[in-house]
Design a binder for this molecule. Structure first.
Ligand SMILES: *Cc1c(COP(=O)(O)O)cnc(C)c1O
Length: 398
């Protein structure tokens, strides 16, 4: 290693015949090229990084792993694009692929911010939007317009855990030449791989189960068509939706345990659902592998018998029971996120769905006693009795 001649000049990286076993974190914003010809070639597509907003190694390492999980079409390596949040992945997709005059059709129970983007922001840019029930392919078909460019769906709805008719919707999108965009956050690629079932674009909030520790905010988007990938990549870079290397590095570390976390959480979720359903004050438990789930057969077929880590349940006693429940289980984080290593609880009537009238909430099955649970990886023999006990206390309190 050469002795440096200035404090501000970067030294050469010490050479080593061995290599680190952990992915290095590369925070550099800029990359120095040997000469203008080389820089020119890089801008024309030769390999190599120039400026971190345009791409950096930690984003590419993370993208390659999610590509593997999703079975993303091999267009480039990596195929997927990492964005600064799940919402940036959705925004980059819209900004890259839509123009004024287009229409976007969405599922009527998409993630709350996605609904807001569709209802408030796209119309401001001259892009029309409407929503339809994705559990009913005929309702989706009926909502298509001549200008419909894109259908946006989630296979599992939030927070009522309904399962969309993905097969029916994919067939409609294909026949009509409409892009099918699937937000696969709730399902994860282990339950469902949208590309294998006709999706054109797959999106993730990496913030949730993939990163898994509630310490990064990131998104992922991959496309089947190279021209779409290019347009989404350009939107990501130009609108400045790109991620930080440190967060990509943390998320890649989180992915090492993704399969173990999901397997444990989904096992616990099924057991928790069965235990809660036995409590007299619990009106219903919604979990895909339960025979009483409204879309049970479809869920079993789509997700190969797996139920995932998300479960919802409803207490008969309304808001009083809901208050008693969270107070009786103070160690379970009552916090509006999902996919964390720890179990989290959300109460849609007081948070994500508070803007709806009680009648509008009732229409989609969300009462004051309704909770969504993101089951974590804590010891099931700690968590399940804790929740069952809280449900019993809530029943008595109301
Ligand atoms: C959280 C979430 C998003 C948004 O992701 P952020 O990383 O919070 O921006 C989008 N879709 C679904 C289904 C989500 O759960």
């Amino acid at each position: 290693m050469k002795r440096p001649d200035s404090l501000v000049r970067r030294t050469d990286w010490p050479s080593s015949t061995s290599r680190p076993v952990v992915t290095p974190l590369q925070p550099s914003v800029v990359y120095a090229s040997p000469d203008p010809d080389a820089l020119d070639a890089q801008y024309e597509g030769a390999t190599g990084y120039t400026y971190a907003r345009e791409g950096h190694p930690n984003a590419d390492v993370l993208a390659a792993k999610i590509d593997m999980l999703e079975g993303a079409p091999v267009l480039f390596e990596p195929a997927g694009i990492i964005t600064g949040s799940g919402m940036s992945a959705i925004s980059a997709t819209f900004l890259g692929l839509l123009r004024a005059g287009d229409h976007v059709l969405g599922g009527d129970q998409l993630y709350g911010r996605t609904l807001r983007l569709m209802n408030d922001d796209l119309p401001r840019l001259g892009i029309a939007t409407s929503l339809a029930d994705p559990t009913d392919a005929a309702a989706i078909e009926a909502a298509i317009r001549p200008e419909t460019r894109m259908i946006v769906v989630e296979a599992i709805s939030n927070p009522t855990i309904r399962v969309a008719d993905m097969k029916g919707i994919a067939a409609i999108a294909r026949d009509r030449g409409i892009l099918l965009v699937v937000d696969n956050t709730f399902t994860t690629p282990r339950l469902y791989q949208p590309f294998a079932h006709g999706a054109d674009i797959v999106i993730h909030s990496v913030t949730k189960l993939l990163a898994g520790h509630s310490d990064v905010t990131l998104g992922y988007v991959a496309a089947r068509d190279p021209a779409h990938r290019d347009a989404i990549m350009t939107a990501n870079v130009t609108w400045g939706l790109t991620p930080s290397p440190y967060e990509c590095w943390l998320a890649e570390r989180g992915l090492h345990s993704f399969d173990l976390r999901l397997a444990r959480a989904q096992n616990t979720a099924a057991r928790l659902g069965a235990a809660l359903a036995e409590v007299p004050g619990v009106a219903r438990v919604i979990y895909p592998t339960r025979p009483d789930h409204p879309d049970h057969n479809r869920a079993v077929a789509l997700f190969a018998g797996q139920g995932g880590n998300m479960l919802s349940f409803e207490l008969e006693g309304g808001r009083a029971a809901a208050n008693a429940f969270t107070r009786a289980a103070p160690d379970i984080a009552f916090a509006p996120t999902l996919g964390d290593v720890g179990t989290t609880l959300s109460h849609p009537a007081s948070s994500s769905h508070r803007a709806l009238t009680p009648a509008a909430r009732a229409a989609i099955g969300i009462s004051e006693g309704f909770f969504r649970v993101s089951v974590g990886i804590e010891e099931p023999d700690l968590l399940i009795p804790e929740m069952v006990n809280a449900a019993r206390i809530a029943t008595e309190a109301s």
